[in-house]
Write a protein that binds this ligand. Structure first.
Ligand SMILES: Nc1ncnc2c1ncn2[C@@H]1O[C@H](COP(=O)(O)OP(=O)(O)O)[C@@H](O)[C@H]1O
Ligand SMILES: [Mg+2]
Length: 231
C-alpha cells in the first residue's frame, strides 16, 4: 500500500509509515484542539513535496487561512501565487449551492487542478447547514466520494459531541471516512492546566497505534509524542 507523509511530526510512525494514499480522514476534537492547524500542516507537507493542494473552507476566509499559515511560517501565499495551492471558500448560509458544488463540481475541480491533497474545514459546519439526518448523511457521502473520485487524500475536520469526545457532533462523519484521528484537550493538575492528546480511533487497511499520545502545538505546528511517559 502506498502511504503519504502527513507532515505532522511524530504521527507517521504511529500509522505504520504514513497516511494510506487516497484515504479520507476525519480529524475530530473540541474547538482549539488544533484541527485546522492539523489540516494546514498536512497541506504544507504536500506543497513542500511539490504536490497540488486544495483547501475548502466553510469557516475561515481566504485571508485568515493565509494568516494562520504564516503564523507557522508556512508560506501559503507564495504557493497560491505559483498555482500550487487553491483556497475555495464556501458560503455556510447557502445550503443548496454548496450541495450542488459538492455533487457536481468538486470532483472535477480536484482533477482539473491535479490536487493530491484536499482539506475540508469543517465537515460539522457542512452538516449543520442541513436539517434532516438523511440530508446530512447525503452531503457527507457526496463530499467523500467527490474527493475520492478526484483522486486526492483528504482531511475533514469535525467538532465532537460535548458529552463524548470520541464521536463526532453529528455522529455521522466517522462512518463515511476511512480513518478517524481524535485531538482532545484534557485537564491535568486538578484542572489548573490542560494538555493536548491525540488518538487514532480508526484507520482502514493498516495497523496503527491505539495509545493516547500527548502532542504540542509549537511554532512549527503539531508535534506528537510516541509515548505517554514523555508527558
Ligand atoms: N504559533 C503558535 N504556537 C503555539 N500554539 C499555537 C500557535 N498558533 C496557534 N496555537 C494554538 O492552536 C490553537 C488553535 O488551533 P486550531 O487549529 O485553530 O483549533 P481548532 O481548529 O481545533 O479549533 C490555538 O488555540 C492555540 O492554542
Ligand atoms: Mg478550526
Amino acid at each position: 500500500m502506498e502511504r503519504i507523509k502527513s507532515g505532522i511530526k511524530g504521527l507517521d510512525d504511529l500509522l505504520g509509515g504514513g497516511i494510506p494514499k487516497g484515504h479520507t480522514i476525519a480529524v475530530i476534537g473540541p474547538f482549539g484542539a488544533g484541527k485546522t492547524t492539523f489540516g494546514l500542516q498536512f497541506i504544507n507537507q504536500g506543497l513542500l513535496n511539490n504536490e497540488k493542494c486544495i483547501i475548502i473552507s466553510l469557516e475561515e476566509e481566504r485571508n485568515s487561512i493565509l494568516e494562520s499559515a504564516e503564523n507557522f511560517s508556512w508560506n501559503f501565499s507564495k504557493f497560491e501565487k505559483d498555482g500550487d495551492l487553491k483556497i475555495i471558500k464556501l458560503d455556510p448560509e447557502d445550503a443548496k449551492s454548496t450541495l450542488t458544488r459538492i455533487e457536481s463540481d468538486i470532483s472535477n475541480e480536484i482533477k482539473d487542478f491535479g490536487a493530491t491533497r484536499v482539506v475540508f474545514d469543517s465537515a460539522t459546519l457542512l452538516t449543520m447547514m442541513f436539517n434532516e439526518e438523511h440530508e446530512k448523511r447525503h452531503v457527507l457521502f457526496s463530499l467523500s466520494s467527490a474527493v475520492k473520485n478526484g483522486g486526492a487524500t483528504s482531511i475533514f475536520t469535525g467538532e465532537v459531541n460535548a458529552n463524548n469526545h470520541m464521536v463526532s457532533k453529528d455522529g455521522l462523519l466517522e462512518y463515511v471516512v476511512d480513518g478517524v484521528i481524535s485531538l482532545d484537550i484534557i485537564p491535568v493538575k486538578e484542572r489548573y492546566e490542560y494538555r493536548l492528546v491525540l488518538q487514532i480511533l480508526k484507520m482502514r487497511r493498516t495497523s496503527h497505534s491505539r495509545l493516547v499520545h500527548p502532542f504540542y502545538i509549537k511554532e512549527n505546528g503539531l508535534e506528537v509524542l510516541a509515548s505517554l511517559d514523555l508527558f
